[in-house]
Design a protein around this ligand. Structure first.
Ligand SMILES: Nc1ncnc2c1ncn2[C@@H]1O[C@H](COP(=O)(O)OP(=O)(O)OP(=O)(O)O)[C@@H](O)[C@H]1O
Length: 339
């Protein structure tokens, strides 16, 4: 277990700067998730922490050591990849023990650590199988097992579940959460999946274009996004945003110098046309089981998403939309949170 910090960390590939000055601290035992649009630098940042990419500028500390120049094997980190990266010709036992063998850990110590990791990950009955004889979820468990046996101070996960089908993802997600609880290790995890980020993270880091947009707990990011980008990135379906001018007359009095107002789909309620904040025409009503998602076209052509109970509403019906005043998110002209 250990803490970790990045100070003004940068990365150039040739003349292109893809990580443009990141400051971040990760506490001992914390589960931190990196999210952000494709190409924003999540994997690059993770690979810089692991030592697979060098650091162009800034300082990376793991524990109280500066590790910029420390080779990957000496950083006390272990990385789990999306592609599993198992050796196809080695069985599960040897895949898990490979790193220990390279480090010349004695045979019985190796066997003990592999046995313990296999028990933790319920792989005991599979130790003699080759990777091709395993399911995707079992392969990923072996990859995690290989990380565990090295007894790392920090686990790094690069989209470890994205090759799995939906059901297995949910299952493995809960396994990773319980692994974190059991080991208490520091973990950094890259994902595209909002639910993974929201459910696993103690702290989410939202990246955009090589910079940190906001760091916070899932609840902080969801309930008080710092800016328009985070407001629209976190949450699915995403937050509806309107220029303040289009609803100014209907908004409750407020002291904010705001240029945009945001409303989460699940905070909106239907009301009689003309009586709410805005009115619009139902374009589409999508039934998703537990709830429906209404697409409502406002007079200026904006389409609002509204999460609604399971009842469907006919297309072309005109509806009013209302929201509790304390559920409104205000943003200033620069896109920063105003309330
Ligand atoms: N070896 C490399 N050489 C040049 N450019 C690279 C290299 N690796 C990554 N990049 C660029 O750096 C930027 C960040 O890439 P990175 O893979 O870190 O993004 P990401 O957020 O993980 O994306 P994704 O979600 O699509 O996996 C991208 O613009 C990418 O094209």
């Amino acid at each position: 277990m250990t803490s970790l910090s990045l100070s003004n960390v940068k990365k150039h590939f040739g003349r292109v700067e893809v990580i443009r000055g990141v400051d971040l601290s990760v506490d001992d035992g914390e589960f931190v998730v990196f999210v952000g649009p494709s190409g924003c630098g999540k994997s690059t940042l993770l690979r810089m922490i692991s030592g697979l990419e060098d650091i162009s500028a800034g300082v990376l500390r793991i524990g109280d050591r500066i590790v910029n120049e420390v080779p990957p094997a000496r950083r006390g980190v272990a990385m789990v990849f999306q592609s599993y990266a198992l050796y196809p010709h080695l069985n599960v036992r040897d895949n898990m023990g490979f790193g220990l063998k390279v480090r010349k850990v004695p045979v019985d110590e190796r066997a003990r650590r592999v046995g313990e990791a296999a028990r933790t990950l319920k792989l005991e009955s599979l130790l003699d199988r080759l990777p091709r004889e395993l399911s995707g979820g079992q392969r990923q468990r072996v990859a995690i097992g290989r990380a565990i046996v090295g007894n790392p101070e920090v686990f790094l996960f690069d989209e470890p579940l994205s090759n799995l089908d939906a059901e297995l993802r949910v299952h493995m997600r809960s396994e990773i959460a319980s692994l974190h609880k059991r080991l208490g290790s520091t973990m950094i995890y890259v994902t595209h999946d909002q639910i993974e980020a929201m459910t696993l993270a103690d702290k989410i880091v939202v990246l955009r274009d090589g910079l940190v947009e906001q760091v916070g707990t899932p609840r902080e990011l969801y309930e008080r996004p710092d800016n328009l980008f985070v407001a629209q990135f976190i949450g699915s379906p995403k937050m509806n945003i309107l220029p303040i001018g289009s609803v100014a007359g209907a908004l409750p009095a407020h002291p904010y110098r705001a240029s945009h107002v945001g409303m989460r789909p699940e905070d909106l309620e239907l009301t009689d046309p003309g009586s709410g904040l805005v009115s619009g025409r139902v374009l589409l009503s999508e039934y998703t089981g537990a709830s429906s998602l209404l697409h409502v076209e406002l007079p200026d052509g904006e389409v609002f998403l509204v999460a609604y109970d399971s009842q469907l509403i006919d297309a072309d019906t005109t509806v009013g939309l209302t929201i509790a005043p304390d559920r409104l998110h205000f943003f200033d002209v620069a896109g920063r949170r105003a309330n």
